[in-house]
Design a protein around this ligand. Structure first.
Ligand SMILES: NC(=O)c1ccc[n+]([C@@H]2O[C@H](COP(=O)([O-])OP(=O)(O)OC[C@H]3O[C@@H](n4cnc5c(N)ncnc54)[C@H](OP(=O)(O)O)[C@@H]3O)[C@@H](O)[C@H]2O)c1
Length: 337
């Protein structure tokens, strides 16, 4: 295959003042980079977009540093190796890498994860990628889902959330999801195996959540923060666990709301443990976790969902749509075949 001489890139043109818009991005072209010693030139095939990158643009993700303009938008990809100066990879190999929103990227060979083609390679951006690992370690290391327990998860139809629900189900817990629309609630119960699902947009959300969790909540996996966290907090059982994974309800704004009331009073009275985590701390255990998740996929116990946009230039629109709740499962951008 002949490779084009130019590298299309989606750059951050300006930082969002309130909600993200597609005008915050511009498309540019740059020369295709060359690999240095022990480096690999990669052609992006599929990219993923997750809500967490909006926190990076807001400056609220400490690990991402201060947001910058005129740089390639960051993002994970599955790419094909085009050129390699490392004996670890050869042209044609598939790898997962932090490519960013561009056609070509260069990486140290040590920074790449080999992608096997025994499952859909796009799963390396979802179930076997950062979000699947986030669901796995957040749920299984910070809590103990087991038969008889109720696990509640917010942003339940999103990439992390739909994995949390399925892993909790595999472990025998009762699973309840919170999402925006009735249609998504139905998808959670009909296709993903949640025992119940509730819409946070319902005027009767509090009572509906209470009805969906008749025995209270033992483990709440919080992807949203905000009012949803405040409502879930009041459904927690004594000695419950709240896993703080992210705050998606407060990302797409320049004016995040204050934390909900009840902290720390309710934590004290109910002896609840509330704990945050970052998946990167578990890097040494990624391979073992991927092997277990892959086993669940190939045995049919886990059904990871990807939803797809076509074309690199669609990435900004796909991100804006995701923040408005347009995605089900992991959002994927097909860049090349
Ligand atoms: N701790 C870690 O290491 C780590 C790693 C990766 C991700 N994360 C976090 O995990 C969370 C989920 O990420 P993800 O990639 O799975 O999400 P995602 O697939 O990008 O989905 C985001 C979903 O959030 C929901 N949402 C958007 N605005 C909302 C609002 N105002 N209130 C409530 N829900 C809203 C939408 O679903 P609805 O239709 O339901 O509204 C949307 O589909 C994020 O908070 C992210 O930062 C943490």
């Amino acid at each position: 295959m002949s490779e084009p001489a130019a590298n299309r890139q989606v750059l951050i043109d300006s930082l969002p003042e309130d909600k993200l818009t597609i005008e915050n991005y511009r498309v540019a072209t740059a020369p295709v980079p060359s690999p240095g010693p022990d480096q690999v030139l990669c052609r992006t095939l599929v990219l993923t977009i997750g809500a967490g990158t909006r926190a990076g643009l807001q400056g609220s993700a400490s690990y991402a540093g201060a947001p910058k303009t005129n740089v390639v938008m960051n993002g994970s990809a599955v790419s094909r190796v085009v050129e390699s100066t490392s004996d670890r990879f050869k042209p044609g190999d598939l790898v997962a890498c932090p490519a960013g929103w561009q056609d070509y990227s260069v990486h140290p060979a040590t920074g790449l994860t080999r992608v096997d083609d025994d499952v859909d390679p796009a799963h390396y951006l979802g179930a076997l990628g950062t979000n699947g690992l986030t669901a796995y370690f957040g749920l299984l290391d910070l809590a103990d889902p087991a038969p008889g327990k109720t696990v509640l998860v917010s942003a339940a139809a999103g990439s992390v959330g739909h994995m949390v629900g399925q892993i909790a189900h595999i472990k025998g817990a009762r699973t309840v999801g919170i999402t925006s629309t009735e249609q998504k609630c139905q998808l959670l119960t009909d296709r993903i195996g949640f025992d119940a699902a509730v819409s946070y947009r319902s005027p009767d959300f509090r009572n509906e959540l209470k009805a969906a969790c008749p025995d209270g909540v033992d483990i709440y996996f919080d992807n949203t923060g905000g009012d949803i966290l405040g409502t879930a907090l009041r459904r927690m059982n004594e000695h419950g666990r709240i896993i703080c994974c992210g705050v998606v309800s407060q990302y797409d704004t320049s004016n995040p709301a204050a934390a909900p009331t009840g902290i720390p009073g309710l934590l004290v009275n109910k002896r609840i443990r509330m704990e945050g985590f970052l998946v990167f701390d578990y890097a040494a255990r990624y391979e073992a976790a991927r092997a277990e998740i892959k086993g669940w996929i190939t045995s049919g116990k886990l059904n990871p969902l990807n939803d797809e946009f076509d074309g690199l230039e669609q990435a900004p629109a796909a991100f804006v749509d995701l923040l408005a709740g347009g995605n089900v499962g992991t959002r994927i951008i097909r860049v090349a075949t």
